[in-house]
Design a protein around this ligand. Structure first.
Ligand code: GCO
Length: 451
């Protein structure tokens, strides 16, 4: 009898009602390097161990110890009523040396996705979230013509090992951030600051996406079609840019020209290439490129290589022309800060204007660093209201993934920005669900079909 009662208790906690995955994907996101700890065969590990790079000298030996505590974290995701969790797998763990795919690590990630599924949560798997193996970096990383082939081999190893448990894939997180931070500004690994190299990297990322997309589609189970989105997506970093000056003035017109360059670089060039297979650069002269850069190239295999588009949206910036800056523009935080909920709907609409394939949209990241948890619930609510506005005027948005499930390592900023629905006490690794997470739970429960 006792056993029966116990079992019934377990069944009850596992049968937490989840929003229907065929209607709307409610979730939270995170990436391997930012939470797992011990990702020591990666380029980011080497980067963060150079003194002075990361605030307060923080590194990821332990991070949130998610690698060992994923079940505890997913139990919390389940309590929150999420029906999707967006995670990433670590290429450097899986392929620590060229061509060796470590079966223990592949099994680890199989356990990860199966644990989610056992809880009624659909895993969304990102293959590349900024970090990759040290050996790949040493072999030239994304500047090498071999890189698309190497990435596709990694994709094949992952897709085979996780089959048939993953129906929603993301090839790259923020490919254009990888390019601007890593190859134009030199603020992320490999720390290069050279526009022409960035252009080459873009081509390789497009080829790598296309090669991986083919493999991933072949390894997406037929049952995936029952989900609101399935197959291959990309997560684009899209900010809202407004001119610093009145567009009716000459200065405002200059600002708009700068915005066009930024938008092309940060989102639309990639979105166009992955739909049409046509990779076009049309950059007017800017300080980093005295003569500008015009280039058109066909990457036929990239045509129609997306099944859905992910939009990472955080904030708004005012843009002003500034010849002293490499890109010829200055980013200004608007008075009162960059938080701009109306931008959620605006960015969905402008994404749609750049769709030539009919692709559904998912908000693949949206979040706020708020240690005191004073603003988070309001932030989410206002962004969801804006999203609701876009949907009610015809936008095809099928999901929302809050960044992030737990606090985590925020790249060069270290551990101080607190994005989590769940707070991490880094001294004890204790997890505490924040009040805003309970608010999010209730919102989802009341809006199973979307905001
Ligand atoms: C990015 C990433 C995340 C960040 C998040 C908060 O945008 O850099 O996708 O890894 O942690 O955006 O800044």
């Amino acid at each position: 009898m006792r056993t029966i009662i116990l079992l019934a208790g377990i069944m009850m906690s596992l049968s937490t009602v989840h929003a229907d995955t065929s209607r709307f994907l409610w979730g939270a996101a995170f990436s391997s390097h930012q939470v797992e700890g011990g990702n020591d065969k990666s380029d980011w590990w080497d980067w963060e161990h150079v003194p002075g790079r990361i605030e307060r000298g923080e590194t990821t030996e332990v991070a949130c110890d998610h690698y060992n505590r994923f079940r505890e974290d997913f139990a919390l995701a389940q309590q929150l009523g999420l029906n999707t969790v967006r995670l990433s797998v670590s290429w450097s763990r899986i392929e620590p040396s060229p061509g060796f795919f470590d079966p223990r690590e592949l099994n680890h990630y199989r356990d990860v996705v199966m644990d989610l599924r056992a809880r009624g949560i659909e895993p969304v798997v990102t293959l590349h979230h900024f970090t990759h193996p040290r050996w790949f970096h040493e072999a030239g990383g994304w500047t090498s013509a071999e890189s698309p082939k190497l990435f596709a081999a990694f994709a094949e190893a992952v897709a085979t090992a996780l089959y048939p448990h993953v129906s929603i894939w993301i090839t790259f997180n923020e490919p254009m951030v990888q390019i601007t931070e890593g190859y134009l500004k030199g603020a992320y690994p490999p720390g290069i600051s050279d526009f022409k190299t960035g252009v080459k990297v873009f081509e390789n990322l497009v080829r790598a996406h296309a090669a991986a997309a083919k493999v991933l589609r072949e390894h997406t189970p037929p049952s995936a079609k029952a989900l609101a989105v399935h197959g291959v997506g990309i997560a684009l970093n899209l900010n809202v840019f407004h001119p610093a000056h009145d567009p009716a003035t000459e200065a405002g017109q200059e600002d708009l020209k700068g915005i066009a360059v930024l938008e092309h670089l940060s989102g639309w060039a990639a979105l166009e290439a992955l739909q049409t297979g046509h990779l076009a650069w049309d950059i007017p002269p800017i300080p980093a490129l005295k003569k500008g850069h015009r280039e058109a190239l066909d990457v036929a295999e990239a045509a129609h290589s997306l099944d859905w588009v992910g939009v990472n949206y955080y904030s708004r910036y005012l843009i002003e022309r500034d010849p002293s800056n490499d890109l010829g523009v200055r980013w200004i935080e608007p008075p009162g800060g960059g938080t701009y909920p109306e931008g959620m709907g605006e960015i969905v609409k402008s994404t749609e204007r750049h769709l030539s394939d009919r692709l559904p949209i998912v908000v693949s990241e949206n979040g706020i660093a708020d240690a005191l948890d004073a603003q988070r619930a309001g932030f989410i609510q206002r962004h969801l209201e804006s999203l609701r506005g876009a949907i009610s005027t015809g936008s095809d948005v099928r999901g929302y993934w809050y960044w992030s499930l737990t606090d985590n390592f925020e790249w060069n900023s270290g551990y101080s920005p607190r994005f989590g629905l769940v707070e991490i006490d880094y001294a004890t690794l204790k997890r505490t669900v924040r009040p805003s997470a309970r608010w999010y739970h209730d919102f989802i429960a009341n809006h199973p079909e979307g905001p």
